[in-house]
Design a protein around this ligand. Structure first.
Ligand SMILES: Nc1nc2c(c(=O)[nH]1)N[C@H]1C(S)=C(S)[C@@H](COP(=O)(O)O)O[C@H]1N2
Ligand SMILES: [Mo]
Length: 367
């Protein structure tokens, strides 16, 4: 394969302290749209409002000729068409997805990549068939340790040409809630979300949810492809191996109250009582507590949680805010989860800007 020089595919980098968003970052932001925060209002995010992240191009997949291969360390490799997949056990689950890069653009210094602020999240009703029975049918060899999932999209990243591919430990791949998904909110899966088939690993950050799935390969050694061994690592220095990004850290978001200024998104509200609402989630076993601050994170007030949702679905919350003083206020919200993890108020910086869950800030002017 011809090596691509760094002018075509530059290495990872962190922005200079005073460096603004570049046209390259803007182009990524325009392609990979977030969920408008007012859509926190919906229990299930309408399809067009769900965030989208695609590393390369959205591939055109012809369903007539498409098929899924299941092979590697198995007795009987399988080849399945979409009708084969659709004729199997059908499961629908509400699951919240969040991109591991969510919050990246608010880090100081800013890792140069897709510049998300708070909005790379959404909840859908995903319909598909469990993966585990298919792997059992194929007959797993005792040597199996990881499963590699390959999409149909191809590109180059930091000089490494590749087809999008992620590995998952066998124990995770065999969970009964891991699905091969062909439906979203009761409709066929749309192209931008991975049609005709995608992987769903509830609780894990977005990178694990491989779209345009073409191949499932059982491996007898840990998967060491780019998206596991180079990308999605928590690290401070470029040369350290770092820890892998896995499950979603707890996070809460606030539906911005009042109405916005077009350009700054600063909110304007009237003096009086406002019911603040939003959602909270965690890949470590549900959000169990939400706190709201009206002084930029100095003091906190416990919010009321909505009914327990499905295990990896966001949970609604509300808190009544008595906005009796005129002037500017910084609203913050933070979640805790069943494992006792609490969202940090200050950033926990890493070079790729991944798995970041420092609190959202919404600037409001009370008049
Ligand atoms: N084949 C393929 N799968 C992929 C990606 C990709 O670029 N190619 N992006 C991943 C990332 S980083 C995220 S955050 C989620 C986004 O899923 P969505 O666009 O359906 O919200 O898809 C994941 N699956
Ligand atoms: Mo992502």
């Amino acid at each position: 394969m011809e090596a691509l020089d760094t002018s075509v595919s530059p290495p990872a980098r962190v922005a200079e302290m005073d460096e603004g968003i570049s046209i390259d970052e803007l182009r990524l932001a325009a392609r990979n749209h977030g969920m408008p925060l007012e859509a926190l209002r919906y229990d299930v995010t309408p399809v067009g409002l769900h965030y989208v992240l695609t590393h390369y191009d959205i591939p055109y997949v012809d369903v007539e000729t498409w098929h899924l291969e299941i092979g590697g360390e198995v007795e009987r490799p399988l080849t399945l068409g979409l009708d084969d997949v659709r004729s199997r056990e059908r499961v629908t689950r509400r699951v919240t997805l969040e991109c591991a890069g969510n919050g990246r653009a608010t880090l100081t210094p800013r890792p140069v990549s897709q510049p998300w602020v708070d909005e790379a999240v959404g909840t859908a009703e995903w319909t598909g068939t469990p993966l585990a029975p298919l792997l059992r049918e194929a007959g797993l060899h005792p040597s199996a340790v990881d499963v590699a999932f390959t999409g149909a999209d191809h590109g180059v990243e930091r000089g490494v040409e590749q087809t999008y591919q992620r590995g998952l430990p066998l124990a995770e791949a065999m969970r009964d809630d891991v699905l091969l998904v062909y439906g979203m909110n009761g409709q066929p899966l749309p192209p931008q979300h991975g049609a005709p088939l995608r992987l769903l690993v509830p609780g894990w950050y977005g990178m694990a949810q491989v779209k345009w799935l073409a191949d499932v390969r059982v491996l007898d050694a840990p998967f060491d492809g780019y998206q596991n061994s180079t990308a999605y690592r928590l690290k401070q220095d470029p040369d350290e191996p770092g820890e892998p990004v896995t499950r979603i850290r707890p996070k809460a978001l606030l539906q911005p109250p009042g109405f916005p200024d077009f350009q700054t998104r600063t909110r304007i509200v009237e003096r009086g009582t406002h019911l603040l609402t939003g959602r909270a989630w965690s890949g470590w076993g549900q959000a169990t507590r939400v706190d709201v601050s009206v002084d930029g994170g100095r003091t906190w007030h416990e919010a009321r949680l909505g009914p327990p949702p499905d295990q990896f679905e966001w949970r609604s919350w509300q808190w009544s805010w008595d906005a009796h003083m005129q002037g500017q206020v910084d609203l913050c919200v933070r979640a805790s989860d069943a494992e006792g993890n609490v969202q940090p108020v200050e950033q926990m910086w890493n070079r790729q800007g991944v798995a970041n869950n420092h609190v959202q800030r919404v600037t409001v002017v009370v008049r």
